[in-house]
Design a protein around this ligand. Structure first.
Ligand code: E4P
Length: 212
């Protein structure tokens, strides 16, 4: 499974990039707003740090406006992937952008039917949200299993980006479910490096060595 970082914070991206684990980056309007910076400026900087797919999300809700925004964003860098929120207008925009060989990521996917339609429209990626389904009392990772099974059964090439990953268990369950990619916040990536037995083991190795 490939790992993307889900943030618009360049310090986090710079740090995670040094770990050798990053395959790409996803952002969304909330993450950009949190940084209080212009989207183009942030995306430009991210593209200079990570050489992989970088999702930049449109904010329009009509297909022609989505396409217009997308055409501006793709001018920034060859690695830009246009992220669009799942809706009929986005499907229309995905069709147009796909015909222009522009990569797309259909986000806010909460059902396998939405994922199937986005894939049919030509989406390069779909982003099913795990944590937000958990938030409403559902098992978010079941959606990843369902979408992965459907895509496999029908030989659909669209890649699954598991999104709204909130903890290390989400990450391993998404991998087990057959997700192609998980986009993970920096804090969760840090948690994934840790295990109490590793810390105890390091302490013991060092103590034993000192007592030699
Ligand atoms: C995905 O691309 C989204 O940016 C993100 O994963 C949403 O996560 P959240 O539900 O924790 O806000």
């Amino acid at each position: 499974m490939k790992i993307f970082i889900d943030t618009a914070n360049v310090d986090e991206i710079k740090e995670a990039a040094t770990w050798g684990i990053l395959d790409g980056v996803t952002t969304n309007p909330s993450l950009i707003a949190k940084e209080g910076r212009d989207i183009k400026e942030v995306i430009n900087e991210i593209c200079s740090i990570v050489d992989g797919p970088i999702s930049a999300e449109v904010i329009s809700l009509e297909s022609d406006k989505m396409v217009e925004e997308a055409l501006e964003l793709v001018k920034l860098h060859k690695n830009i992937v246009i992220k669009l929120p799942m809706c009929i207008e986005a499907l229309k925009a995905v069709k147009i952008l796909t015909e222009k060989n522009i990569k797309t990521n259909v986000t806010l996917i909460f059902s396998s039917q939405q994922a199937l339609l986005a894939a049919k429209a030509g989406a390069t990626y779909v982003s099913p949200f795990v944590g937000r389904l958990d938030d409403i009392g559902m098992v978010g990772t079941n959606l990843i299993t369902e979408v992965a099974t459907i895509f496999k059964n029908h030989n659909i090439k669209t890649e699954i980006i598991s999104a709204s990953v909130r903890n290390p268990i989400h990450a391993s369950e998404c991998a087990l479910a057959g997700s192609d990619i998980a986009t993970i916040p920096f804090g969760v990536l840090k948690q994934m490096t840790k295990h109490p037995l590793t810390d105890i083991g390091i302490e013991k190795f060092l103590a034993d060595y000192k007592n030699m």
